[in-house]
Design a protein. Structure first.
Length: 751
């Protein structure tokens, strides 16, 4: 029937029909789509098998369901309003989808096999930009559900799910609104021309296997475009995914700092005029070109963990054609991974490197070429200018960092790192152990250190290994291990600090537990708990060196721990830690600030720490200025970079009588008995004079003794704390022993 035919239905019954719905003829529509009752269905499903066209105005009210078995198209040349609601979406889906409709099982066959036969909408240049799609659900569509060709409808609170294409497609000067919509188990949320984008994209979310990326349309760019980082669905720097893209003869594509470009298998960018890559110095601001299956940059594209991994010639790189304008072909601070095309291991016109110059002379600087079969290939009379680039892990048998495969011109590739400090492998450099270079490549002078390390490569050697984690752990505890370049790649969690958690993440990456450093969401959402305790809140100090035993327990999901203590640097000094029974897979580092007295203990593992009443002993040494007592307390506890509440305060009481001795003194003890003080002074060398002075707590001198020219050895002295004839007042007296080059001060209690 026609959409707006008006028959009267009453007392009808249905049996043995293949599709229990109302089939609509294709036609040009205007008006409001009616809900119809038939055979006990108050809102019976509409069946589409022909194209629908809107030239005027069409409104579709909430709750109506359209099903199709032929991938049906709606042509929108006028105004379309879909007025679904949160409780009753308007649904466009496939015949076999039994989740919606009246009846839900349109075919009555209980089948669970569903074909992608749903509907899709094409908004033309003539479409009214006041068109609105609200609370609509698009399921099992064979193509992109909504196509915008120089059109800008508003798309709000919609759901796109269960098909192999994108939700929305933008072409030309389309700037639609896209808000509060969900993209579940489809290829990508949308595809877009680089000259189009949404006017607003708030409140959207990506779920399931949907690609966490912006799919760029396969097109030939015909105008200058600057591509910057964008946020979508909570992803602050969502990557762009390309397949086959061409920068045309009349256009320049500019990429701003931080842009991540990923490529489907065999994808490429051909440049016929200009490509300007303006990456920044830091890892997070470099422009990245890599495979869509590479989760290290731009996150896990398809939410599949490490189920897929690209090879070294996954995508076909960037190709500069002979007509490209050299001054407009500049790449600075970029990263290239997994890019090459290997047609044959010998020179061939089809071979491509991560960058291929065909009779073109692009400028490449401060860029990293990693895990590419070939880094740069220069063909014909190409003579690219390459400087301060890193070439790491090209194919060890046939690959080249730089390969001049034809032509007579030479390639300058100076001040580059070739993955070894001896330089590249070439006959003219017999000791070179790095990546290979071909003839007609000038590689001297070469760098002896990586210029563009990847995030986590703290040792700057082109690899991420447990050693990198150990460097980070030491820096977390001591704060001065890493130089500026190393610190730039150490904060893999992205929170602005370098902690034991960064070390833990590097360990996890180095052994394959994770495939990326997800700086947007590396912290655990679990409730974390740390129990730090001491056997006593009072520690009696009886010797110069003493220990403070502590006990640690951690909850699940804690892989890293940072403990910061405060102490009085004038009283005590940390000299070590003891961790008997610490699991073998846990690394530990300590740090001490002698100016402030702050103590840092950091632990990290690739797995849960699983500390269960783990003993942690702090070893201290008393300082000369130690008085009767001092305090040690916990200042901060962080687990996986999350602050944990914890309190611990320990009072250190001194009962020591020989805790600090100058070099000239072998020993000194003093004690009081029956109001007399007994002293034993050991001298390593003779002195001209030794004076012994007693002071009460007010500072008054109460007694002073002098020993003239004492020899080396032990001297026993007995004295009252006060002058002869005066009865000493019970209490604390300070005793100062002073020789030619030493002074000792002790307390003595007279009872």
């Amino acid at each position: 029937m026609d959409m707006f035919a008006n028959p009267t239905f009453a007392n009808n019954a249905v049996a043995n029909v293949p599709n229990n719905g109302i089939s609509l003829r294709g036609q040009t529509l205007s008006g409001t789509v009616p809900k119809r009752s038939f055979n006990g269905n108050s809102n019976i499903t509409y069946i589409l098998r022909e194209t629908m066209t809107v030239n005027d105005e069409l409104t579709i009210p909430a709750g109506i369901v359209f099903k199709s078995d032929r991938d049906m198209r709606w042509n929108i040349n006028g105004k379309l309003t879909i007025n679904g609601s949160a409780s009753e979406n308007v649904v466009f889906t496939s015949f076999q989808d039994d989740a919606f409709g009246q009846p839900a099982d349109l075919q009555g066959n209980g089948s669970t096999s569903i074909s992608e036969n749903g509907c899709y909408f094409v908004f033309s240049d003539q479409a009214d930009d006041a068109s609105a799609i609200n609370y609509a659900t698009f399921r099992y569509c064979r193509t992109d559900a909504i196509h915008c060709n120089n059109a800008s409808p508003s798309i709000n609170n919609c759901t796109f799910e269960h098909y192999g294409n994108t939700g929305v497609s933008l072409n030309g000067s389309s700037t639609p609104e896209l808000t509060n919509s969900t993209f579940n188990n489809i290829s990508y949320p949308f595809r877009t021309s680089l000259v189009s984008y949404f006017s607003t994209t708030s409140g959207n979310q990506i779920t399931g296997t949907t690609g966490r990326a912006i799919r760029v349309r396969d097109e030939t760019l015909s105008q200058d475009v600057t591509l910057d980082t964008r946020s979508f669905a909570g992803i602050s720097n969502i990557p762009y995914v390309f397949y086959n893209y061409t920068v045309g003869n009349s256009s320049i594509l500019t990429l701003e700092p931080g842009v991540v470009c990923k490529f489907q298998q065999y994808g490429y960018i051909n440049v016929k005029k200009g490509l300007l890559v303006n990456g920044g110095d830091s890892p997070e601001t470099a422009v990245v070109f890599t495979a869509d299956q590479d989760d290290f940059y731009g996150g896990d594209t398809y939410n599949d963990g490490d189920a897929t991994a690209p090879n070294d010639y996954y995508w076909q790189g960037i190709h500069f054609a002979g007509e490209a304008i050299d001054a407009s072909c500049i790449i600075e601070n970029a990263v290239f991974k997994h890019g090459s095309y290997r047609y044959t291991t010998n020179a061939h016109t089809y071979n491509r490197g991560a960058v291929t110059a065909q009779d073109a002379n692009p400028t490449l600087s401060n860029s990293l070429f990693e895990h590419c079969y070939w880094g740069v290939i220069a063909k014909g009379e190409a003579s690219p200018d390459i400087s301060s680039c890193d070439f790491v892990n090209t194919d060890p048998t046939y690959g080249y960092g730089v390969w001049k495969d034809s032509g007579e011109s030479e390639v300058d590739a100076t001040n580059c790192w070739w993955n070894h400090n001896t330089g590249p492998q070439h006959a003219s450099n017999p000791n070179g152990e790095g990546e290979r270079v071909s003839d007609k490549v000038n590689f001297t002078p070469f760098a002896t250190q990586l210029a563009k390390p990847a995030l986590g490569d703290v040792s700057l050697n082109g690899e991420i290994k447990p050693y990198d984690a150990s460097l980070v752990l030491q820096h977390a505890a001591q704060g001065n291990v890493l130089d500026a370049k190393q610190q730039g790649v150490a904060d893999v969690s992205g929170n602005g600090t370098i902690s034991s958690f960064d070390a833990s993440l590097i360990l996890q990456f180095s052994i394959g537990l994770i495939t990326m450093f997800d700086q947007a969401g590396t912290k655990s959402a679990a409730l974390l708990d740390v129990d730090l305790s001491a056997a006593s809140s009072n520690v009696e100090v009886s010797s110069k060196q003493f220990t403070v035993p502590l006990t640690l327990s951690t909850s699940e999901k804690i892989t890293a721990l940072d403990l910061t203590f405060s102490s009085n640097a004038q009283h005590v000094k940390l000299v070590g830690t003891q961790t008997n029974g610490l699991p073998a897979n846990v690394g530990i580092a300590k740090g001490y600030n002698p100016e402030t007295g702050d103590i840092k203990v950091s632990m990290a593992s690739a797995y849960d720490l699983n500390l269960n009443h783990q003993e942690l002993v702090l070893v201290f040494e008393l300082q000369e200025g130690f008085e009767n007592e001092s305090t040690l307390e916990i200042k901060e506890i962080q687990a996986n970079e999350q602050s944990i509440n914890g309190q611990l305060e320990i009072t250190l009481h001194s009962t020591a009588t020989d805790v600090y001795l100058p070099l000239a003194v072998s020993g000194f003890t003093i004690y009081s008995h029956n109001q007399l003080c007994f002293m034993e002074l050991g001298l390593k060398e003779a002195q001209s004079n030794v004076t012994i002075t007693f002071n009460d707590l007010s500072g008054k001198v109460t007694q002073q003794l002098r020993i003239s020219e004492p020899n080396a050895g032990v001297h026993n002295i007995t004295s009252s704390a006060v002058q002869s004839g005066i009865k000493p007042t019970p209490g604390i007296y300070l005793v100062t022993v002073k020789g030619d080059d030493f002074t000792i001060t002790r307390k003595v209690i007279v009872r």
